[in-house]
Design a protein. Structure first.
Length: 555
């Protein structure tokens, strides 16, 4: 009786699987994953034996006709069979000297996808176990296998009137991130969910602008401050006629506050000065602008998102006339401003005198040194060390992008060699898996190391090399970080260039030697200080002021 019941249960399950209806998005999302997996794992695809893009375009009409799970699985099974026999080479030995980082790695969908027949799952699992082991046809490792680059990839515009042509580009980018973005595991939204949400947008996009808007939304979901999405000049979003507000600003308390004048004559004409508060642009409040751009700007954390947004707000691509609302003396004043392309070389007359020359290093009061890491070069380091070696403290301002000076300064700060960062890099023989590397060290046995206090000033402007340099300086054991959360994007960058757009993402994982994350978190301050509107209006550098107070009081 029990045997009969089990038999009928199996028959019922097979009938149910064969008849169950599936949605278009479910089919396409599953197809995307299979296509990408085969691209990097199947020995005949990974060596370039097939035109894999055309193969996708050929199979998508068959996928479209499949109405049930059984029909869908059969299309994919036949597709795989048509690629030829996969030589059995399993088991593939794991290198003894390799430690894997597997937070990103997940091929469980091969067995768990509810659209797949057992036969399809078995075929895919066999390919994983007997995966390609040679030089990848579509991807290569830069710098000895660190971040990656594209090769033999179709980078042309899709046909914006052809659904499948658009899906090809979506699938290509999605799988690039799926297998070669080291910080995928840290995304706010699971990458599978993002795929399901973007597919309908890409299909619906009726023209070039709408499609690249969908691509921008896809790219923004990886939550990486390194990541930008640049449309090329022939496209509307990157029109050649850029016009700029005559200053830089920072978003504080849902207001945009001017922090630096870039074109003094233009700023004076509209009574704009450091500390001027902007509340609306073209009748939209800063709060509204913050909300409407969240799907369009990629950032690791909120401070960097606001930093990127502030820059975007102060550029116009469509008109040189911009309606701006200011808060002045507790009253709201609206002006229609003319913004100019003063960044162009022929507009230099607008910028004369606007930006004061900054010192690379200097001696402050009370025998405290100050170093601007954004402008000091390696050739200046010996003079800096000689001038500041006997100070009681040195403040290293890293609210900028350093110029490769970490090594001589790190050696000066440390008494002995210390490791300050370790990395993960992709294993191109097992796409999606990452390997730990030995990392980077700084310092040597140095009796003349700097013995005063070391203070690092950081904020959201500190990204990548600035964050990495801060990690380097922290090894000295007597460094204190003052400021706020950094950009949370470190390491080398993988860059991808297409006919319509250029984009990128962090190419390697960067961690402290104890394997603590830095991506998205950034470098955590010991003393948190953020600029205020009042402080900016009074001309104070509140972060530096707090650092100097710490030097004097130890608190």
């Amino acid at each position: 009786m029990k045997k009969n019941a089990l038999f009928f249960l199996l028959v019922f399950t097979q009938i149910t699987f064969g008849q169950a209806k599936i949605t278009e998005t479910e089919k396409l999302a599953a197809t995307c994953k299979v296509w990408g997996f085969l691209k990097y794992y199947h020995p005949k695809i990974a060596t370039g034996d097939f035109n894999w893009d055309q193969q996708l375009l050929d199979v998508l009409p068959k996928i479209d006709k499949a109405q049930t799970k059984a029909e869908f699985s059969l299309v994919l099974e036949n597709w795989i069979d048509d690629l030829g026999v996969v030589p059995e080479i399993a088991p593939i030995a794991q290198p003894k000297d390799v430690e894997y980082f597997d937070e990103n790695f997940d091929l469980s969908w091969i067995n768990s996808n509810k659209l797949f027949s057992k036969k399809l799952s078995k075929k895919l699992k066999f390919i994983e176990e007997n995966r390609f082991q040679g030089e990848q046809f579509y991807i290569f490792g830069r710098d000895g296998g660190g971040h990656v680059g594209l090769k033999n990839e179709n980078t042309k515009h899709p046909d914006f009137a052809d659904k499948n042509s658009k899906l090809r580009m979506v699938f290509m980018y999605w799988n690039l991130v799926e297998y070669f973005f080291p910080d995928k595991y840290l995304m706010d939204q699971k990458w599978d969910v993002t795929l399901e949400k973007i597919i309908p947008l890409a299909i619906k996009a009726g023209n070039q602008d709408e499609f690249y808007l969908a691509m921008r939304k896809l790219v923004s979901r990886i939550d990486d401050s390194h990541t930008e999405f640049y449309l090329y000049p022939s496209l509307k979003d990157n029109a050649t006629a850029k016009n700029f507000f005559p200053a830089r600003g920072k978003i504080i308390d849902e207001k945009l506050v001017v922090t630096e004048i870039l074109a003094d004559s233009l700023a004076q004409a509209d009574d704009i000065k450091v500390g001027t508060v902007i509340t609306k642009i073209n009748d939209k409040t800063i709060r509204e602008i913050i909300a409407e751009n969240r799907d369009l700007i990629c950032a690791s954390n909120e401070p960097k998102y606001l930093d990127k947004l502030a820059e975007k707000i102060l550029i116009t691509y469509t008109d040189d006339k911009v309606k701006v609302e200011f808060l002045q003396n507790e009253k709201y004043v609206t002006k229609t401003m003319t913004w100019y392309d003063y960044h162009d070389s022929h507009r230099n007359e607008f910028k004369k005198g606007a930006r004061k020359k900054k010192e690379k290093f200097k001696l402050l009061e009370n025998n405290i040194g100050y170093v601007n890491m954004g402008i000091i070069d390696r050739k200046n380091i010996p003079d800096m060390i000689e001038a500041l070696k006997n100070t009681k403290a040195i403040v290293f301002d890293m609210r900028n992008y350093p110029k490769g000076t970490f090594e001589p300064i790190g050696n000066f700060l440390n008494a002995q060699e210390k490791k300050f960062a370790i990395y993960t890099i992709p294993d191109l023989t097992y796409p999606g898996r990452y390997k730990w590397t030995s990392g980077a060290s700084i310092g040597f046995d140095n009796k003349d190391y700097y013995k005063g206090k070391v203070v690092l000033l950081l904020n959201e402007d500190a990204q990548s090399q600035a964050e990495w340099t801060a990690m380097c300086f922290q090894t000295c054991g007597h460094a204190t970080i003052v400021g706020s959360q950094t950009a949370g994007a470190d390491g080398n960058v993988s860059i991808f260039d297409f006919e319509g757009f250029n984009t990128n993402f962090s190419g390697i994982g960067v961690y402290y030697p104890d394997k603590r994350d830095t991506q998205r978190i950034g470098i955590v301050p010991d003393i948190e200080v953020k600029p205020t509107i009042k402080g900016i209006q009074e001309g104070r550098d509140e972060v530096l002021d707090r650092a100097l107070l710490f030097v004097e009081t130890g608190k």
